[in-house]
Design a protein around this ligand. Structure first.
Ligand SMILES: C[S@@+](CC[C@H](N)C(=O)[O-])C[C@H]1O[C@@H](n2cnc3c(N)ncnc32)[C@H](O)[C@@H]1O
Ligand SMILES: [Zn+2]
Length: 393
């Protein structure tokens, strides 16, 4: 390999080549972002877990492959028997040339199939060919929204898994509300709850896509890391369960002034206008998913297999902390309280989140930390109990 033309990069246990056609890799014509290694680590961890538990070889589509690193790591780092076939595709000619060069030099493996295609077409082609897909990992630029319908269709036959990334933070976090309404049919917000709300808007969209074809989407994990959102769901046929799931779609009323919030299922008619604590106008956010963001048992499985993956930098520590916190909070109600905000509001010095958790638990309310903010708490306690506990300090 000519070192002038190619740079060798290592991620996890995998080295690969990237065409050197710019000053930095961030400007290269083939996309590779080392900061997203944690996203790929999570994909590998989940694939390892599924492969280990089901003891079968998975058929996977990586339709936005970029440099190909996600698939190279899957091929190189997972036990061979866990992956039966991986379909690597990208719309960019340069990306696919890069992928092919790496396959020729480093990853020559009969399990890999490469295409240059639009993501929609490559997924549709599998449906046409009656290929039973186990996992689709949607990792586009910005929003995955226009690929969810086709992905769900390809996965429903075999109860497969949809992994997706969204990086359209501005849209989902209330900076571009009209785009959110147009693309996601939902009102977002830019207050402190915006990341949880963004994930719930994304899940709402996955389950409406599934619902239309008589399937439900079981959230396994929904996380936010810096600028990206990551969701893993299992798609399964079942009209009855899909109907049940749709009862958990609704809205959240939020007050930007005192952090009051209240959920409302579609069937309910709360029609709140003013905040009951400070009488300010409430913001109505949604529609969104109000059920659990993940599956406690399955997140526990992921934690059990943490030692099986070679993570990048501090990623193992970060994933461990995120998944452990997430596992604890999964079964508690939507939305959380930001303690520094409330301490300031009531002019209190405040106590640590752990101390506040103890106080609410002593009163019989299950309370945890939350992945969305390490100075916040999630609790079963009604808002007035939380506010009173703070006023007492
Ligand atoms: C965020 S990058 C993918 C990164 C890669 N998954 C990884 O883990 O490194 C998005 C990729 O999607 C490709 N792309 C953009 N629009 C596409 C489309 N409609 N169909 C397929 N690929 C597309 C781009 O060429 C780019 O390589
Ligand atoms: Zn208020």
């Amino acid at each position: 390999m000519n070192k002038e033309l190619w740079v060798e990069i290592k991620e996890g246990k995998t080295s690969f080549f990237l065409k050197k056609d710019s000053e930095t890799i961030y400007d290269a014509s083939v996309f590779y972002n080392p900061k997203m290694s944690i996203n790929r680590d999570l994909a590998l961890l989940h694939l390892y877990t599924i492969g280990n538990i089901t003891k079968k070889g998975l058929i996977i589509i990586d339709p936005f492959a970029g440099s190909g690193i996600r698939s190279f790591r899957i091929i190189n780092e997972l036990p061979k028997e866990y992956v039966k076939k991986i379909i690597i595709s990208d719309i960019s000619d340069r990306a696919i040339k890069n992928v092919k060069l790496n396959i020729e030099k480093l990853f020559n493996d009969k399990r890999i199939v490469v295409h240059r295609e639009d993501a929609f077409n490559i997924i549709a082609k599998q449906i046409l060919d009656k290929e039973n897909i186990d996992v689709i990992d949607l990792d586009p630029f910005g929003t995955p929204i226009s690929f969810i319908d086709i992905a769900v269709r390809a996965l429903v036959k075999k109860s497969g898994y949809l992994f997706l990334t969204a990086t359209d933070h501005q849209v989902l976090c209330g900076k571009e509300k009209s785009t959110c309404l147009r693309e996601y049919n939902s009102n977002s917000t830019n207050n402190y709850l915006c990341h949880e709300i963004a994930l719930r808007i994304l899940i709402y969209n996955i389950l409406t896509s599934s619902g239309r074809i008589g399937a439900y989407a079981e959230p396994i994990l929904a996380l936010q890391f810096e600028h990206f959102f990551r969701i893993h769901v299992r798609i399964e046929k079942g009209k009855k369960r899909a109907n049940e799931q749709h009862k958990e779609i609704g809205f959240v009323y939020v007050c930007a002034y005192c952090s009051f919030f209240e959920t409302e299922r579609l069937k309910e008619k709360k029609n709140l206008q003013k905040c009951p604590t400070c009488n300010k106008e409430l913001e109505k956010v949604g529609p969104l998913w109000l059920g659990p963001l993940g599956n406690k048992k399955k997140v526990g499985d992921l934690l059990n297999f943490l030692d099986e993956i070679e993570f990048e930098h501090n990623n193992k520590k970060k994933i461990n902390l995120m998944l452990s916190t997430f596992k604890e909070e999964i079964e508690l109600p939507p939305m959380f309280y930001n303690l520094p905000f409330l301490y300031k509001k009531y002019k209190k010095n405040g106590v640590s989140p752990n101390e506040m958790i103890n106080r609410l638990e002593k009163r019989g309310y299950k309370t945890t930390r939350t992945i969305f903010d390490f100075q916040s708490i999630r609790t079963e306690a009604p808002y007035y109990v939380v506010h009173n506990e703070i006023k007492k300090l």
